[in-house]
Design a protein around this ligand. Structure first.
Ligand SMILES: [Zn+2]
Ligand SMILES: [Zn+2]
Ligand SMILES: [Zn+2]
Ligand SMILES: [Zn+2]
Length: 358
């Protein structure tokens, strides 16, 4: 992929992307398709989910919202084998047929059926365990349908040490899945590594915004190179996704756009956590999920400030969405064909636009 970035060694941080030319606010600097996407839903409808409502409202192949349909809607396109809209529904005949040899292969279909009926996985276990089992099915399926994409997945950061206990618990369950003969990469260590890579590198694909402002997660996605962007609590670029509106079959692509102009040679950073979080909250999350302590300029200032909870840093004023319950990051709309920046900032979380020249 060609983009105006170069990967360089950055002192104290490892590798990172720097701009090879001056970049404009709103400029799209990076775009890539996921290696894998998997549903964030537990395998079984939990008790608090209304009966009769559609449990997973997304296409099991492309993850677009499904417009119509209740559980009993016979117009919903389901998998011909598991044939229940809760298990797999598709937005089109095209997705239904593509899924057969990829995202919903016979291995995935049979494995998910097995897991749904596996008491070990549901009795006294958190729902998260079902989602982890679903992810491992997706990851091992990737090894079968695209060995090169699986190698890319293995090259992501995460050695698995912190997931050994969970992988050990899941191993007898995963070992019972209908793997093809000769499939020899399954092991506790491999599963632990895969789970760690997921935790360290995945991005949330959000549900459409509800009227209440609440948004759940519809799916998680892993991308080959976007994790190479380093973190800053004062990022100069942020990510966008247009999962329900892109029509070219690349709707789960991640798109990175500049928040403001930067000169050539400057490092391009994303924030791995929501930018409106307080210093102590960011510190806790970055350590827990990503395993590092941030020493960016904002952290240096806020670490020595007594008024942590009041967001003393003025970074938030311009780039944090002020819609209630949002806190998304704002970046100008994409630059025009002649490279001009837009007067409108778009929120990467709720999608609202704001004229920043007013
Ligand atoms: Zn679809
Ligand atoms: Zn199926
Ligand atoms: Zn920081
Ligand atoms: Zn917003």
């Amino acid at each position: 992929m060609s983009h105006p970035l170069r990967l360089v060694e950055i002192e104290g941080k490892g590798r990172g992307y720097v701009a090879t030319e001056p970049l404009k606010g709103g400029q799209v600097i990076f775009r890539e398709s996921p290696i894998l996407v998997y549903s964030a839903y537990p395998l079984k409808r939990s008790e608090h989910q209304e009966l009769g409502s559609v449990y997973s409202r997304y296409c099991a192949h492309c993850y677009k919202s499904l417009v119509s349909g209740t559980a009993g809607d016979c117009t919903a396109l389901t998998c011909l084998s598991c044939s229940h809209p809760d298990y797999a529904s598709f937005c089109s005949r095209n997705c239904q047929s593509l899924a057969l040899s990829s995202t919903h292969s016979p291995f995935v279909c049979e494995s998910l059926n097995y897991l749904r009926n596996c008491p070990l996985l549901s009795d006294n276990q958190p729902e998260e365990r079902q989602v982890q089992a679903r992810y491992l099915v997706t990851a091992y399926n990737l090894a079968m349908i695209s060995p090169s994409a699986f190698q890319t997945l293995l090259s992501l950061h995460g050695n698995g040490a912190r997931y050994m206990d969970i992988a050990t618990f899941l191993h007898p369950i995963i070992s019972s899945l209908p793997f093809p003969k000769g499939f020899d990469i399954l092991s506790i260590g491999m599963s632990a590594g895969l789970l760690d890579k997921e935790m360290s590198n995945s991005f949330n694909l959000m549900e459409p915004r509800q009227e209440s402002g609440k948004r759940g997660i519809r799916a998680y996605a892993l991308y080959p190179n976007v994790s190479l962007f380093n973190h800053s609590c004062m990022p100069n670029a942020c990510r966008f996704e247009y999962i329900d509106s892109e029509t070219d079959g690349n709707n789960t692509d991640i798109i990175i756009r500049m928040m403001h102009d930067v000169p050539e040679g400057q490092e391009i950073c994303l924030s791995y956590v929501r930018v409106n979080r307080t210093y102590s909250d960011r510190k806790k999350r970055l350590l827990e999920y990503f395993g590092f302590v941030c020493v960016c300029d904002r952290c240096k200032v806020e670490a020595n400030s007594s008024q942590d909870e009041s967001n003393c840093f003025d970074f938030g004023m311009k780039f944090v969405c002020d819609k209630e319950n949002c806190g998304g990051t704002l970046a100008p709309l994409p630059t025009s064909a002649d490279g001009c920046s837009s007067d409108y900032m778009e929120c990467n979380y709720c999608g609202s636009l704001k004229n920043h020249k007013l």
